[in-house]
Design a protein around this ligand. Structure first.
Ligand code: DON
Length: 587
């Protein structure tokens, strides 16, 4: 019988998998293959046709929190089979590439921050790069104006994908072979899984864009509308994943998959070439670690802006009695807004790919420099940002975060993305996966905002093979040198402020993981000069901020944070954000 193992495995945990059976509308003959194989010692099966969401739980040994229940369960299953947190994060990412096509990906990129029981910090940068044929003004017309959407939709929006190189760069820290880690993703792609209402809505809303920006038919488009309970089968993606299983990294960056990517690019006037794919390398970088009170916070250095911005914000509040001000007090919120404003102003001017731009990290992290940044802080009114063209904040953000802890004391935090929801909307013909639209994270023209309203200049200008600046902020916290918190979130430019506020919620306001993740958040990014507040943010604070001169805008959601914290009794308090289908698993 065909070996379909891993799907089958286990499930562990406090997952009430069979609670809400959903209607299945497609031929499920494949399902037969999914029964009858159980790993020794396994508990319940992971059933891609029946599963429910678990938002928060206490686990004793190991846990995963991510954007989809099936992916969390697969990650936890790998740890139950003898893998560690690195195994879990690889398997979870691969499964997300199947079950969460809006952001889980093999056609995108990401960042990993890890910490081992030996006390080693690990970061892996698998951010996309500009293709060799990319150049500074590639999204401008002959009059020097930005051509709308060229960096956002279709073939030219894609950078060279980094995810598969990133997973193979993670593998030396894992214990199980890639063949084991990738099999659940293959099985779920091949035999399908039942989609949620949210996924159905996402696929329906993107239907026309898939058709317009892809040159061949795709599993994401079907006749009629998707609805909750439908089964999404991705045969071509399964074949692509099998090539990765059988040929390793080369199964993606060379051979048939590379041929299919380049053929798709050529049909759509894209510029990612075989040479770009073959030359792509994930990079190990030195983690950005700093102390905050009794804690060590470990983050991602450039080309992500996340680690350094969080460092700046935490250091700027460190001397203030934030916990005495109180959670959701106007005083605390106003201080945090002003801190955010200053950190984001530095982001726009100073941050870019360190292999191409000298990022003044030492100065940006310097205590005296940060003290001076706050010299003009006034606790009674808004400090105006320099008034230049305001960007609009994009509403339908999709990136995805995975937090994992294991029994041995490994902690892993990964944020990965296609950039916008479903990336460039270009599905690689015959290979079944979406390409990213990460080129929009470059500054396509100095001072012109990208889809998240971020502006930049020379530091983040397009150059061949350069990595575009990111906001992704996978983060770990140690308490007196011991594993304490893993967290991170999607959300474009709101990512560092969400992580900042999650950390403040934990470290200053002593919240549970559930509250730290779910309490309404707010965001200031210097330009546009406004405070975005999330639905549910107290109206009293809004009025008081307005009276101090702040412009307030409303957002339905800020981030989708996944967090794990170790309680004094050793339990892993694990929370998945209420804002999506996010779910936890563990044992
Ligand atoms: O790297 C970045 O900063 C962006 N590409 C992240 C995009 C994102 O978070 C979208 N979603 N929520």
């Amino acid at each position: 019988m065909k070996k379909i193992v891993s799907l089958i495995i286990i499930c562990i945990c406090q997952l009430s998998l069979f609670a809400q059976p959903k209607k299945i509308n497609q031929d499920l003959s494949g399902l037969k293959n999914l029964t009858g194989i159980q790993l020794v010692g396994a508990g319940k099966m992971i059933d891609p046709y029946h599963y429910t969401i678990e938002k928060t739980a206490l686990f004793s040994k190991a846990s995963v929190s991510c954007a989809h229940p099936l992916a969390s369960m697969v990650g936890a299953a790998m740890m139950q089979q003898g893998g560690n947190a690195f195994d879990a994060v690889i398997a979870t990412q691969l499964t997300l590439a199947v079950v969460y096509p809006g952001a889980g990906n093999i056609g995108g990129g990401g960042f990993l921050v890890g910490h081992t029981p030996a006390g080693k910090n690990i970061t892996i940068d698998y951010r996309e790069t500009a293709p060799k044929k990319g150049y500074r003004d590639m999204y401008l017309d002959s009059a020097g104006k930005v051509i709308p959407n060229l960096s956002v939709l279709g073939h030219l929006a894609s950078g060279v994908p980094g995810t598969i190189a990133g997973l193979f760069a993670t593998l030396p820290y894992a214990k199980l072979p890639m063949k084991t880690l990738i099999q659940p993703a293959i099985d779920i792609a091949e035999f399908g899984f039942v989609i949620s209402e949210r996924e159905a809505a996402g696929l329906n809303a993107t239907r026309e864009s898939f058709i317009k920006n892809s040159t061949m038919s795709t599993a994401f488009v079907k006749e009629g509308k998707w609805k909750a309970g439908d089964t999404l089968v991705q045969k071509e993606l399964a074949e692509t994943l099998k090539r990765i299983r059988d040929f390793g990294q080369k199964g993606f960056y060379e051979g048939k998959t590379a041929d299919l990517i380049v053929a798709e690019m050529q049909r759509g006037k894209g510029i990612v070439s075989k040479e770009d794919l073959k030359n792509y390398k994930a990079k190990a970088r030195a983690a950005l670690a700093f102390n905050y009170k009794d804690y060590s916070i470990i983050g991602m250095p450039p080309p992500s802006s996340g680690g350094i911005i969080v460092l700046q914000m935490m250091k700027m509040i460190e001397q203030k009695p934030l916990s005495a001000y109180g959670f959701q007090s106007t005083k605390a919120v106003q201080l945090m807004v002003e801190v955010e404003r200053r950190a984001y102003a530095d982001r726009a001017a100073h941050l870019g790919d360190p292999d191409f731009w000298k990022v003044p990290i030492k100065t940006l992290a310097d205590n005296t420099y940060l003290k001076n940044r706050m010299a003009d802080y006034d606790s009674t009114k808004a400090t105006p940002s320099t008034a230049i063209k305001a960007g609009t904040i994009h509403e339908s953000d999709e990136t995805t975060h995975i937090s994992v802890m294991d029994a041995a004391g490994n902690m892993v935090s990964v944020t990965t993305t296609l950039n916008g929801g479903y990336g460039s909307r270009t599905v690689v013909g015959g290979a079944g996966f979406l390409m990213n639209n990460e080129m929009d994270d470059f500054s396509v023209k100095p001072g012109v905002p990208n889809m998240y309203g971020a502006i930049g200049g020379e530091a983040n200008a397009i150059q061949p093979n350069k990595r575009m600046l990111s906001s992704m902020t996978p983060t770990l916290v140690l308490k007196q040198g011991k594993p304490y918190i893993v967290c991170g979130t999607p959300g474009g430019t709101t990512i560092p402020t969400s992580v900042f506020q999650t950390l403040v919620n934990f470290l200053e306001f002593n919240m549970s993981a559930e509250d730290a993740v779910n309490k309404p958040k707010f965001h200031h990014q210097w330009l546009p000069d406004e405070v975005a507040v999330e639905t549910g943010f107290p109206t009293k604070i809004i009025s008081e901020l307005q009276a101090m001169g702040y412009k307030i805008t409303q957002r339905t959601a800020i981030g989708k944070t996944e967090a794990i914290r170790i309680l004094p009794n050793g339990k892993l308090e694990t929370a998945a954000d209420k804002r999506g289908d996010d779910s936890v698993a563990g044992f």
